[in-house]
Design a protein. Structure first.
Length: 159
């Protein structure tokens, strides 16, 4: 069993993790455009080369700024607006079920109902679908053995 209250920082880590793959693809495409623009500049296609370089580099900088400046403000606003985000959550599990309880929700789901699990240094995300997920801060776990057990069950279900 684990329990705790989700903080604004937990939500920010979760959203950054959720967006990481899409942002990497976006930045890769934008930087590829910049490289094509450099080639266009080198072959005397100045206007199109300049557009591609500026658009590619500018877009990559904008993606970084969105993650570091805009996203934290959006998370703070949502965290202020939604009271259920401040609730104390308790998770418990066995080989077949994951249960969650708070003052706002009580649910019991089979591990097989989850689609995937992702994690970074701060949080585990347990996905219901490609866009809906539960946030479980790693700090809530009572040690590595408990986290490994949770990962094993979540990975097998999402598998």
């Amino acid at each position: 069993m684990i329990s705790g209250t989700l903080t604004q920082e937990h939500h920010l880590h979760a959203l950054r993790l959720h967006r990481r793959k899409a942002v990497k693809v976006l930045v890769g495409v934008l930087l590829a455009c910049a490289v094509i623009g450099v080639v266009a500049l080198a072959t005397d296609h100045h206007f199109s080369g300049l557009i591609l370089v500026c658009g590619g580099v500018g877009g990559a900088i904008s993606a970084f700024a969105q993650s570091r400046l805009t996203l934290p403000r959006q998370v703070a606003k949502i965290h202020r607006q939604q009271a259920s985000l401040h609730a104390h959550y308790t998770y418990s599990w066995d080989e077949e079920w994951l249960s969650v309880a708070s003052e706002h929700v009580q649910a019991k789901r089979r591990w097989s109902d989850y689609a995937k699990v992702r994690e970074n240094e701060e949080v585990l995300l347990l996905y219901h679908s490609d866009v809906m997920f539960e946030v479980l801060p790693k700090a809530w776990f009572n040690g590595q053995a408990q986290m490994d057990e949770f990962r094993r069950l979540a990975s097998r279900a999402a598998g």
